[in-house]
Design a protein around this ligand. Structure first.
Ligand code: NDP
Length: 282
C-alpha cells in the first residue's frame, strides 16, 4: 500500500485564497488587518521566517510591519516596544520571533503581548482558553495540523491519536486540539518507553520531535494518518521531517511530506489568526 500524500502547500494556498476574499470584504469597510513582527538580533533562520511571514501577509492584502531590533536590545526596550504595539489600533496581531537572544526572558515577553493580539497563541490567557475549551488564539502549527486532518475528511472522534513531542508550541497544544475533537490522546516524549509500541496504536500520529527520520514505517499502524511537523537538515543540505518518509508511506494511509506539508500551513494559520484578531477586536 502507498499512502495518500497530504499536500499542505495546496491546502495552504486555498486557505490564503479564501482569506484574500475576506480581507477584500473588510477593506470595503475601511479595515485592513495588520501584523507586526518583532525580530531581535540576526539569527539567519529567523530572518527567513520573518521575511516569509511578511510576504504572505502582503499576498492576502494585509498590512505587515517588521520591526528589527539589534542583538544588544535589553528586555526593557523590547517590552516597551510591545507596549507601543499593544496600544496601536492599526496593529491587530503581534508576534515576537523566537528564539530571542540570551539575556531576554521569552516568558516575560510572551506575557507582555496583549492576549487579543497574540497571534502565536502562546500567551497564558490563550493557552488557558485552549485548555478550558474556550475561544482564543490557537498556536499556528498545531492549528494547521488539525486543519490538514479535517480537510482530508479524516474522522477524529473516538480515534487513537498519538502526539510525539510535548513542547509548548507544538506537542501540548496539538494534544489538546485532538482531545477537543474527541480523540483518545497519548503524548510521548524523550522518556517514553518503547515508543514504537505506542505509535503503532495510533490511528492519527503527529510527530514533533526535531530528530531527522526517527519514526520509521515499522512504528506506524497500517492505514494511519501521519502528520510530520519536523524540519531538519540532512548532512547533504536537504530538508527532511521527523518521519522516515520512504518507509512510512508504504504503511500509512495518509502522510504529510517535508517540505510541503505542515510548514506552509503554519504561515497560513498565522494569517488566519491575524484576520480573526482583527475581526474580533476591530
Ligand atoms: P522541542 O525541541 O521544543 O521539543 C521536542 C520534543 O520531542 C520534546 O518534547 C522531546 O521530549 C521530544 N523528544 C526528543 N527526543 C525524543 C525521542 N528520542 N523520543 C521521543 N520524544 C523525543 O521541538 P519543537 O516542538 O519546537 O519542534 C519539533 C520539530 O518541529 C522540530 O523539527 C522543529 O523544527 C519543527 N517545527 C516545525 C514547524 C513548522 O512550521 N513546520 C513549527 C515548529 C516546529 P522531552 O520533552 O522529554 O525533552
Amino acid at each position: 500500500m502507498s499512502a495518500k500524500i497530504i499536500d499542505g502547500k495546496a491546502v495552504a494556498a486555498s486557505i490564503r485564497e479564501e482569506l484574500k476574499g475576506r480581507v477584500a470584504e473588510l477593506a470595503q469597510r475601511g479595515i485592513t488587518p495588520g501584523l507586526s513582527v518583532i525580530l531581535v538580533g540576526d539569527n539567519p533562520a529567523s530572518q527567513v521566517y520573518v521575511r516569509n511571514k511578511e510576504r504572505a501577509c502582503i499576498g492576502v492584502g494585509m498590512n505587515s510591519q517588521v520591526i528589527r531590533m539589534p542583538e544588544t536590545t535589553t528586555q526593557e526596550e523590547l517590552l516597551d516596544r510591545i507596549d507601543q504595539l499593544n496600544a496601536d489600533p492599526s496593529v491587530h496581531g503581534i508576534l515576537v520571533q523566537l528564539p530571542v537572544p540570551n539575556g531576554i526572558d521569552s516568558w516575560q515577553v510572551i506575557q507582555r503581548i496583549d492576549p487579543k493580539k497574540d497571534v502565536d497563541g502562546f500567551h497564558p490567557v490563550n493557552t488557558g482558553a485552549l485548555f478550558s475549551g474556550e475561544p482564543g488564539l490557537i498556536p499556528c502549527t498545531p492549528k494547521g495540523c488539525l486543519e490538514l486532518i479535517k480537510r482530508e475528511g479524516i474522522d477524529i472522534a473516538g480515534k487513537n491519536a498519538v502526539v510525539v513531542g510535548r513542547s509548548n508550541i507544538v506537542g501540548k497544544p496539538m494534544a489538546l486540539l485532538l482531545l477537543s475533537e474527541h480523540a483518545t490522546v497519548t503524548i510521548c516524549h524523550s522518556r517514553t518507553k518503547d515508543l514504537g509500541a505506542v505509535t503503532r496504536e495510533a490511528d492519527i500520529l503527529v510527530v514533533a520531535i526535531g530528530r531527522a527520520q526517527m519514526i520509521t514505517g515499522d512504528m506506524i499502524k497500517p492505514g494511519a494518518c501521519v502528520i510530520d511537523v519536523g524540519m531538519n537538515r540532512l548532512p547533504d543540505g536537504k530538508l527532511c521531517g521527523d518521519v522516515d518518509f520512504a518507509s512510512a508511506e508504504q504503511v500509512a494511509g495518509f502522510i504529510t511530506p517535508v517540505p510541503g506539508g505542515v510548514g506552509p500551513m503554519t504561515i497560513a494559520e498565522l494569517l488566519v489568526n491575524t484576520y480573526e484578531a482583527c475581526v474580533r477586536n476591530g
